[in-house]
Design a protein around this ligand. Structure first.
Ligand code: PLP
Length: 350
């Protein structure tokens, strides 16, 4: 929790205590948060829609899709369930959902090339895997999609704020992410990026009063879509989360994602050297294939390891059989040394 984010949460609390419902200020905050998200992924403000989670962003987007000549969606088994579960529901609407299998913790780009065809409407997959830290070659994937005319959606939850993202250069059509990881926010804020020339033709059915050109009509409504990505909105936001999101993203932008990524790589590499030296086993693929996070395999229940480390004030995440360590720009070598010392003292080497 950064001081800035904590202060932002407090300022939300005072807004509600002192002013009741300062709606204009709240809306301004939400849309400024959306603009910050746009800057971080290098998109225009009109291409960003505020949401609650990566799931809600995806759900509103795919509510625009009906099966036609293109009736197939593709994802991978390494993707987070926030992608897989909403896509699985598309089967009920007549879509085929294809899941590419992973091998040794990786999904070969060639597997995408084989699966994506002229019937594919959407490929939705991760930038960095929550399970093992594997970072995909986004440009290669977007080119495969473009060649077949399929939309390409990136789940950037595990990379945004840590790894530079440029949706235009990377060829990303849609992007979803929340703010609780490297963006330093709190739960309840997520965003959708949708490319302008695509969303113009999309008519979501999971909509709300804010999807309308004039949300404040307050009459018998006639669905008149906004002409920006806010047509994917789903009602009154979690405003406190947006206060936190704006503060977290402003901090990230002040430091700069390029320098954050360089710094994380240094700390991450040092961590990997030290844990390997201490005899611990990597669950993540090799360093050149991963993003900001590193997972280790302890040969025992990963949730137990997570709890034991937490009791020693080391916060990690159990994901499958691995335990994920995430370093941010504010972590330093001394902290890595302390963590490795705790690991050496309390955990068995493999
Ligand atoms: C890659 C990835 N996608 C999505 C999510 C979360 O999705 P949602 O905001 O829908 O809960 C996470 C959370 O850990 C994640 O790591």
């Amino acid at each position: 929790m950064s001081v800035d984010v904590l202060e932002a949460v407090k300022s939300y609390l005072s807004s509600i205590v002192e002013e009741g419902n300062p709606w204009d200020e709240w809306m301004k905050t939400v849309y400024e948060a959306a603009a910050c998200f746009g800057e971080i992924v290098q998109a225009n403000e009109e291409e960003i829609c505020p949401h609650y989670s990566a799931s809600s962003a995806l759900i509103s987007l795919i509510s625009s899709f009906t099966p036609g000549r293109r009736n197939k969606v593709v994802t991978t088994e390494l993707d987070y369930p926030s992608i897989g579960v909403p896509l699985a529901a598309l089967k009920k609407r007549g879509f085929d959902v294809e899941i590419i299998r992973a091998e040794q913790g990786l999904v070969d780009v060639e597997k995408f090339r084989k699966k994506v065809d002229e019937k594919t409407l959407l490929v939705a997959t991760f930038h960095v895997s929550a399970l093992n830290g594997y970072m995909q070659d986004v440009k290669a994937l977007s080119e495969i999609c473009e060649a077949k005319g399929a939309y390409f959606l990136l789940d950037a939850y595990q990379s945004i704020g840590a790894v530079p993202i440029d949706v235009k250069k990377m060829g990303v059509d849609f992007l979803v992410a929340g703010t609780t990881k490297f963006l330093l926010g709190i739960p309840g804020a997520g965003f959708l990026y949708a490319r302008k020339d695509i969303f113009d033709d999309l008519e979501p059915t999971a909509v709300s009063w804010f999807s309308q050109r004039d949300p404040f009509l307050f009459g018998p409504e006639d669905l008149d879509y906004r002409d920006d990505a806010k047509r994917f909105e789903m009602g009154t936001w979690s405003v406190v989360s947006m206060y936190a999101a704006r503060a977290g993203m402003r901090l990230i932008m002040r430091v700069g994602v390029d320098s954050i990524w360089r710094r994380i790589m240094k700390t991450r590499n040092y961590f990997v050297e030290e844990v390997e030296d201490a005899g611990f086993q990597m669950f993540s693929p090799d360093l050149e294939k991963i993003g900001p996070t590193v997972s280790l395999f302890f040969g025992q229940d990963s949730s137990t390891v997570e709890r034991r480390l937490r009791s020693k004030r080391v916060i990690v995440s159990a994901r499958g059989p691995g335990v994920r360590f995430a370093h941010h720009f504010f972590n330093n070598r001394e902290q890595v040394d302390r963590v490795v010392e705790i690991l050496r003292k309390h955990f068995r080497r493999n």
